[in-house]
Structure formats: C-alpha cells, structure tokens
Design a binder for this molecule. Structure first.
Ligand SMILES: *[C@@H]1O[C@H](CO)[C@@H](O)[C@H](O)[C@H]1NC(C)=O
Ligand SMILES: *[C@@H]1O[C@H](CO)[C@@H](O)[C@H](O)[C@H]1NC(C)=O
Ligand SMILES: *[C@@H]1O[C@H](CO)[C@@H](O)[C@H](O)[C@H]1NC(C)=O
Length: 237
C-alpha cells in the first residue's frame, strides 16, 4: 500500500513537473494538463502527505476559513469530526483543554485578563501584520559569518515546506562540507539522514526526519528529542 502511494505520488510529481514546466504559482490557465495536475496535488494533505485531509470529511461551517478547524473557534463544538477516520487535528483538542486551564495558565505566569481564550492559531492575529518577508535567506547568509552552530531539520513527508527546498537554500550558501549524507539513528532505527557544513567559525548540521510532517517535532517527538539533545550536547546527531 505504502509502495503504491509512493509510486502514484512520484508519477504525479513527474507529470506535474513536465506539464507545468517548473511554474506552479503563476499558472497559465490555458495549460489544462498543468491545472489538472495541480488540482490533484492539492488533494494531498500538505503538512504530511500520507495523512488524511480532515477538513474535506464533512461540510465546513458556513463562511469558514480554510484553517478554521485548526484555528479553533468552533473546535470544541465538533470533536466528533476528528474521530473517524483518525485525524491529527483531534490531538489539538487536548491542547485547548490544557492551555485554557486556569492552573496551567497560572503556572505559565499568564497575566489574568490579557487574553480571552487560548487559540492554537489565531488567524486574526496573523492577518493584522503585513506579510512582506518573502525570504529569510539574507539572514541565514549573514549568520554564516558569525561564530555559531546551526541545526536545520526538516520532516521528509512535509509538502508545505519540502525538504528539497531546504536543501536548495542550504546549498546556495556555498559552505564547505563537513560530512556528507549518512543516516542518523534512534533506538537502532534510521530516524533520518544528515549532512553537515562549515565555514570558519560557523557550522550547520542538516537533518531530515524520516516520516515526519511539517512540524517535525510534533510528528516524530521520539526521534526529534534525541536529535536536539545530542546536538545541544555537541555530539554528532
Ligand atoms: C486574536 O488576535 C487578535 C488580534 O491580535 C485579538 O484581538 C484577539 O483577541 C485574539 N483572540 C484570542 C482568542 O486571543
Ligand atoms: C546582512 O548584512 C548586510 C551587511 O552587514 C546588511 O546590510 C543587511 O541588512 C543584512 N541583512 C539582513 C536581512 O539582516
Ligand atoms: C555561491 O556561489 C555561486 C556560484 O559561484 C554564486 O553565484 C553565489 O553568489 C554564491 N553565494 C554566496 C552566498 O556566496
């Protein structure tokens, strides 16, 4: 089954590449094969390509935003929508209960009355800012001139910020290679692949997290915790 999905995805990806000729954002609407391929691609759950898209499982509330389920507002009214088939968003239900608990908020020193209620993704909060940073590459380029260590990790099942893009911007920094691809392990199992770079006093460790989605630490905490722990302790991951 897994093999079948991977083969299908790779056929789709090859035909999308060919038909769209590398242009996936400003698509020529008269290019029907490309438009069709992109429609198929958007039916894949971008944060983790093998997990179900839950928002399409039942009708959305009227006037809802794309991320309404994740954003929260009606979340607690409809947990049943996340139960069958299993949906990742169901896990988020517990974060609402936890973060809105008075004892938790006291322990975290949340000043009483500063917020109405905790939301996982406050969409109105993010829409009150202008989105004008198209890329952070300049910051990374400047950081390579400093005396510091960087760890960059990427879930290899994430289609929102795919690891191939991460590798491309790292490559564009023209760093020297410290060590080249090797697997890294947790409990004797391959947890991902890693490569490291240096330039003078700067070093960058790059790691993929095998099977992880967009927020790799959320999807694969058992692998990510040792990864970060080893890195913080100056061990090879
Ligand atoms: C979400 O953010 C907006 C804008 O900052 C704020 O007015 C609103 O109170 C926030 N919602 C919650 C539930 O905190
Ligand atoms: C990077 O460094 C240059 C030179 O110091 C500076 O002009 C530029 O603003 C920096 N870029 C960012 C994004 O901080
Ligand atoms: C990396 O090398 C390429 C080709 O030599 C060059 O065009 C590019 O500006 C370099 N990038 C950096 C960040 O030095």
């Amino acid at each position: 089954m897994y093999f079948y999905i991977v083969v299908l995805l790779s056929v789709l990806s090859e035909s999308t590449k060919t038909n769209c000729k590398g242009e996936y954002v400003q698509v020529d609407p008269s290019n029907a094969p490309c438009v069709e391929n992109l429609q198929e691609v958007t039916q894949i759950n971008s944060p983790q390509i093998l997990e179900p898209i839950c928002s399409t499982m039942s009708p959305k509330p009227k006037g809802s935003k794309r991320d309404r389920n994740f954003a929260g507002e009606n979340f607690l009214d409809m947990p049943h929508r996340y139960l069958e088939p299993w949906c990742r968003a169901y896990n988020y239900l517990f974060s609402y209960i936890w973060a809105n608990d008075k004892t938790v908020q006291n322990a975290l020193h949340v000043r009483e009355g500063t917020i109405k209620g905790w939301e996982r993704c406050n969409q109105s909060f993010s829409s009150s800012y202008a989105h004008d940073v198209r890329t952070s590459l300049d910051y990374h380029r400047n950081l390579t001139k400093k005396n510091l260590r960087a760890l960059v990790y990427s879930g290899d099942h994430d289609m929102l910020v795919p690891y191939v893009g991460t590798e491309e911007w790292i490559t564009s920094l023209n760093l020297s290679i410290d060590y080249t691809w090797r697997p890294w392990f947790v409990n004797g199992q391959v947890a991902g692949y890693t490569k490291a770079y240096t330039r003078k006093a700067y070093s960058l460790t790059y790691a993929t997290v095998k099977g992880a989605g967009h927020a790799a630490t959320e999807y694969n905490p058992r692998e990510c915790f040792p990864m970060i722990d080893r890195w913080l302790s100056y061990y090879y991951i």
